[in-house]
Ligand binder design. Structure first.
Ligand SMILES: Cc1cc2nc3c(=O)[nH]c(=O)nc-3n(C[C@H](O)[C@H](O)[C@H](O)COP(=O)(O)OP(=O)(O)OC[C@H]3O[C@@H](n4cnc5c(N)ncnc54)[C@H](O)[C@@H]3O)c2cc1C
Length: 466
């Protein structure tokens, strides 16, 4: 997708941005214009030629405010970027313009009883490392914690490792406070406490530049990374379900992976039984015996049980790098003709329905389920590997899932309303009107914004109540 852009003197913009460091080398700008949209061949076709024009790298919120003021004064499209690990082109500049990379804003500001306050560009692995000596850890984090920022997670993510115990990011108490800057002549920092943080959470950086995040933390435990293997997918799923619903085992990850996908895990060769279906989990040391019993009761075998020290000594990645969207990545590293989809299982307890859809679809779809809790309810997402045979077949697969009662959260769209969010979020858009009156932030990602941008914030908000 290429959109004609007005001529902008980017050298002059770089001068205005001083003293903020900028990146103007075309090859480096191109790198920072990409995220993991290439998981989708459909998005890859649409987004591979979308590049920004200049990258700014602020190190403080004052520097970020300066970048936003320059963008406002010059009508520049702006895309905020953390680690660039989003999957749907969330941080791809559709209309070119200024990319603001936040990774220099990485200070951990405060650690207290059950909370951490950090700058938006802090990497989540660094936050977890800083918390551990104090006896805490993040209530949840994505499997990309090593390269993804907390600002990017709050703006683009939704759940992760820990969600089976502590719910989704959006749930009460998980986000304690967000601070975000507006894009105005003089950007203002707004503070969003508790429920109000949802006005900014998962808005893809459309309605404000997050500067600071305060999150709930939970007491850390001595986690053991485990992989158990099973002869049938049905047995593995049932073991996953039993683990996810167990009162005795305090797991913080519960994933079930098809044996054919596990065949793409070369770094686990010799550590897991070949050709078997997997349950991937993290359990506290004191619950390992109970987990071993659960696996045996389901006819499985505990292949791997690693302390953090063992894992490092053996050079094995974290077990969560074989879960969530890392599972897809392991396959894509070997074969780019794979892609994936995001589906909601209608009734997590109904393993027959899970197996029935598998049989109805055929061999080009390999299953992978993630168990999590949302609003206290167990939910299961299927993130299957799909061997891509064109968009028609992909949509046929979506329809088969839908006919079996599954929800399709399309992973092949770059519009915020097209994927997990589904419908327009008018609260987000009302705040966009307040925080970004010129509509400069992440342009092109919200279809609904184009329909309401002429309205006042109050009128947009009223639509949320319709
Ligand atoms: C292998 C793999 C595994 C993944 N696993 C998970 C998972 O377990 N759970 C999950 O939820 N997601 C997952 N994701 C998606 C993604 O990694 C996470 O959402 C991640 O937290 C995004 O952080 P980031 O710093 O890379 O954000 P980016 O990709 O840089 O940005 C994401 C969005 O946030 C916006 N943004 C970034 N910083 C700011 C800011 N300061 N203010 C306002 N907007 C901002 C961007 O404009 C963009 O729209 C995965 C992706 C991959 C490729």
């Amino acid at each position: 997708m290429t959109i004609a852009k007005p001529e902008i003197d980017w050298q002059a913009i770089a001068v205005q941005l001083a003293p903020v460091r900028v990146i103007d080398e075309p090859v480096l700008i191109k790198k920072r214009s990409r995220d993991f949209f290439w998981y989708s061949p459909i998005l890859n076709e649409k987004l591979k030629k979308c590049f920004g024009d200049l990258v700014a790298c602020p190190e403080t919120s004052d520097e970020l405010a300066h970048c936003l003021a320059v963008a406002y004064a010059n009508d520049l499209p702006v895309v905020l970027r953390g680690g660039g690990t989003g999957n749907y082109g969330q941080s791809v500049p559709l209309q070119g313009g200024l990319i603001i990379e936040t990774t220099g804003m990485k200070r951990i500001l405060e650690i207290g009883e059950g909370f951490v306050r950090v700058e938006a560009g802090a990497l989540m692995a660094d936050i977890n490392a800083a918390l551990k000596p104090h006896g805490w850890e993040m209530a949840m984090f994505p499997s990309t914690q090593d390269i993804a920022t907390i600002g990017g997670f709050v703006a683009g993510g939704s759940a992760g490792i820990g969600s089976i115990a502590n719910g989704a990011l959006r749930e009460k108490g998980n986000i304690i406070q967000l601070k975000a800057l507006s894009v105005e002549e003089t950007p203002h920092e707004h503070v969003f406490d508790a429920a109000d943080a949802l006005h900014i959470h998962h808005a893809w950086g459309l309605n404000g530049a997050i500067t600071e995040v305060t999150l709930r933390t939970v007491p850390t435990r001595d986690w053991i990374g485990c992989m158990a293997s099973f002869d049938s997918y049905c047995d593995a799923y049932l073991a996953g379900y039993a683990l996810a619903t167990s009162d005795r085992i305090a797991r913080k990850l519960c994933s079930v992976v098809d044996a054919r996908i596990a065949g793409y895990f070369p770094r686990l060769a010799g550590h897991i039984r070949e050709g078997k279906h997997l349950v991937v989990t993290l359990v506290p040391r004191e619950d390992l015996a109970a987990f071993t019993d659960l696996v045996a009761a389901q006819g499985g075998h505990l292949d791997l049980a690693l302390t953090e020290e063992d894992r490092v000594a053996k050079g094995i990645p974290h077990v969560f790098e074989f879960a969530y969207n890392h599972t897809t990545l392991q396959v894509l590293k070997a074969d780019r003709s794979a892609t994936y989809q995001q589906l909601g299982v209608p009734d997590p307890a109904d393993v027959d329905a899970v197996i029935a859809v598998e049989q109805a679809i055929g061999d080009d779809v390999w299953h992978h389920h993630e168990f999590a809790r949302v609003d206290g309810r167990l939910i299961v997402a299927d993130l299957p590997i799909i061997w891509f045979r064109g968009e028609d077949r992909l949509r046929e697969i979506d329809s088969i899932y839908a006919d079996h009662g599954f929800t399709v959260w399309d992973a092949h769209t770059f519009h915020i309303e097209g994927g997990g969010v589904k419908n327009a979020d008018y609260r987000h858009l009302a705040w966009k009107k307040r925080m970004d009156p010129k509509g400069l932030l992440n342009p092109g990602k919200s279809r609904a914004w184009e329909m309401v941008r002429h309205l006042s914030a109050t009128e947009i908000e009223a639509k949320a109540k319709d």
